[in-house]
Write a protein that binds this ligand. Structure first.
Ligand code: AHR
Length: 669
């Protein structure tokens, strides 16, 4: 049995306090006032179970997502073929290789349709039994092969002079292993879709593989929309990668903010997330360039985002394009903006409308007759400092949306004065120390304005994924959001995903460092910050309890110079905490972050609870150093562990390990 980590500690100090903690960070003080707890100098955390300061928002913990770091292409979206539509480059079929000696090239004269208006011409005139010819695709840094798995390969093809067969196979890059193969006996002169199933045997998992389509008989063949899907989450067609979905499901996210971020806006207006071009059969989606520098097929379109919400029981938080693109192109408020406002109204109708509406009927034709529930619409993204016209553009969207959908909550992405948004979206990307220094920023925020949605936030320490130092900064920050979640009603970490296959150089898979979940073609893992999120989002009550603290140890921190001025050093707290209670079960969830590199003995005092059960459990995430982290090779090096605890009471001492985040459950019934 594990050694109990709790021992009783009797403190004579009065428990007559009930203030929200208000002394987070101090400038280096001249002389501290006399502290009644100073005798012991042991940190004291006080919880007043008799004083509820607010309700924990049931929507507090959600997800934010966009196409960045190969989040969908080469990420969540199951498609394994890279550049399946040959549109990623206008002059050359990048990511495709010739097998044998055929002449290959893009052909604008043989389009599949107006959306996929180019095809790959493969002239295999010299193909023979001894010299097969064709094409190969290595996917997104590899094609994953797993044992006993069924893959679905499909493509459109046509040929005037070739009668088949074509061999479709998953083979190792060095050509030594054929993992699965199937034949398409005949190709017709007109475009037609061909589908085969590829079943692997009991082989070891690997990713250094390609998909090949080859012939041993001569001819010229045109291809378009060459696709390979592995088994997907819930076996859904055009579906998602199961391992990543499982990581997300464990977070119990309440909402999904999509489709961005910068990805919503695009570098130019024509490269925005133009939702109407992302719906319907995938072979009718033209795709577009993401502002993060690579091609999106839009296989992950509006309906797929909504289905993702449905699969994980998340509410959609739909961001609509608000007339501003990143390169500076923007649409001024007034008549020029009207078509974009109309487009947003139609998008909302696509999401929520009955099948008797034009766009609800379109959604039904796309395969989803039931409307989705929508409560939140966000107008644009980070529109502060971006053209001076956001206020006017916001007002135009706000008025039109509220007129048709009065119950929708409308989120502004910058301060506005013309209308009162239901929520404002704030973004914070900070160092560990900055996060900790600001962990109390909402305690003092007046409750008179709109509610707050922290739509993007992260402690940016660690690459490609955050390390333990980042998780500590995140957790300190989350105690602040949770303690103030009467005001901060929604929050989502960003970015969510990174493909870690190629971190640097040309054709890199990462555009932004410090991302919550990492993966390559074969495996995925959660960072320490991911586990901190899981702990916070799955273990909290619905009531915020008043807290106070004393004798909190500090360390000196020198903030970075700002606008040429070096600010004075600050004393940073090393312990952060908050307490919430589940009203029904009476469980108090005490979250304690010890960011120090040494263990801390801490007194915990609970007033206003008639009983505290002596035995319970704690969930602890700890690293051996701030640099400690998880990776593809060591996916669970830092992992929450559950411990039994004994000796709990209204007044106890617990040792919190170095660099740790703890959720302690205290049963008051
Ligand atoms: O999360 C990465 C980017 O940061 C988002 O696309 C943008 O909204 C923010 O600037």
């Amino acid at each position: 049995m594990k050694k109990p980590l709790i021992s009783l500690f009797v403190i004579a100090a009065s428990l007559a306090w009930a203030q929200t903690d208000s002394t987070p960070v101090s400038k280096v003080p001249a002389a501290a006032p006399a502290d009644p707890h100073a005798a012991s100098a042991v940190p004291v955390l006080q919880i007043d179970a008799g004083k509820v300061t607010g309700k924990v928002s049931p929507m507090l913990y959600g997800l934010m997502t966009e196409e960045i770091n190969y989040s969908y292409e080469g990420g969540l979206y199951g498609e394994l073929i890279r550049n399946r539509s040959f549109k990623a480059n206008p002059t050359w079929p990048i990511y495709w290789e010739a097998v044998g000696n055929p002449a290959v090239g893009l052909d604008q004269n043989q389009p599949l349709n107006p959306a996929l208006d180019v095809s790959l011409k493969v002239d295999a005139g010299a193909a023979s039994e001894k010299a097969p010819a064709g094409i190969a695709n290595g996917g997104y840094w590899g094609i994953p092969v797993k044992p006993d798995a069924t893959y679905r390969a499909s493509f459109y093809a046509k040929s005037d002079n070739f009668h088949g067969p074509l061999t479709v196979a998953i083979v190792s890059t060095n050509g030594k292993m054929i993992f699965a193969s199937a034949k398409v006996p005949k190709i017709s002169p007109a475009w037609r879709k061909y589908t085969v199933r590829l079943r692997t045997k009991n082989v070891p998992a690997s990713k250094d593989n390609v998909l090949e389509i080859t012939t041993t008989t001569p001819g010229t063949i045109w291809f378009q929309q060459v696709s390979l899907f592995p088994p997907t989450f819930d076996n859904q067609p055009n579906g998602f990668r199961p391992d990543i979905m499982e990581l997300l499901a464990a977070m119990h996210p309440q909402f999904l903010r999509f489709p961005g971020g910068n990805y919503l806006e695009g570098n130019t207006i024509s490269e925005r997330f133009d939702w109407k071009k992302t719906i319907g059969p995938v072979e009718y989606r033209p795709g577009h360039k993401s502002p993060w520098g690579y091609w999106s097929t839009d296989g992950m379109g509006l309906l797929e985002f909504l289905e993702w919400c449905q699969d994980l029981h998340m509410q959609p938080l739909l961001a609509v394009y608000a007339g501003y693109s990143l390169g500076g192109q923007h649409v001024s408020p007034g008549p020029d903006l009207a078509p974009y406002v109309q487009d947003a109204l139609e998008e909302i109708e696509y999401v929520t409308g009955s099948t008797s509406t034009k766009w609800g009927a379109q959604r039904a034709r796309d395969g989803h007759p039931a409307p989705f529930t929508l409560h939140y619409v966000e107008v644009g993204n980070e529109d502060y400092n971006r053209s001076s016209e956001y206020d006017g553009r916001f007002a135009q969207f706000y008025d039109a949306i509220k007129a048709k959908y009065p119950d929708l909550q409308i989120i502004a992405t910058a301060p506005v004065t013309s209308r009162t948004p239901d929520l404002t979206d704030e973004h914070y990307y900070r160092s560990q120390e900055d996060m900790e220094a600001n962990a109390f920023q909402y305690d003092k925020r007046p409750r008179t304005g709109p509610k707050v949605f922290v739509g993007e936030w992260a402690t940016r320490v660690g690459s490609p994924t955050p390390n333990m130092a980042a998780a500590l900064g995140d957790a300190a920050w989350m105690t602040g959001m949770e303690r103030n979640s009467d005001l901060v009603v929604m929050a989502s970490y960003a970015p969510l995903f990174v493909n870690v296959s190629r971190l640097r150089g040309q054709d890199r898979s990462m555009q932004w460092t410090t991302d919550l979940i990492g993966y390559d073609a074969l495996a995925s893992y959660g960072s320490p910050s991911y586990y901190a999120q899981v702990m916070f989002s799955t273990m909290h009550g619905d009531e915020i309890l008043a807290t106070d603290s004393h004798n909190i140890p500090t360390r000196e921190w020198q903030p970075r110079p700002f606008r040429g001025r070096t600010p004075p050093p600050e004393q940073l707290r090393q312990i952060f905490f908050d307490a919430t209670r589940d009203r029904q079960s009476g469980i108090i969830y005490l979250k304690v972050v010890n960011e120090a590199g040494a263990a801390q003995n801490v007194h915990v005092q609970i007033a206003g609870a008639s009983t505290i059960r002596p035995d319970d459990e704690a969930v602890v995430l700890a690293g051996s150093s701030p640099e400690d982290t998880n990776s593809i090779e060591q996916p669970r090096k830092i992992d929450p562990r559950t411990e039994e605890v004994h000796g709990l009471s209204a007044d106890f001492t617990r040792e919190f390990p170095p660099c740790s985040i703890t959720v302690l459950k205290l049963r008051t019934k």
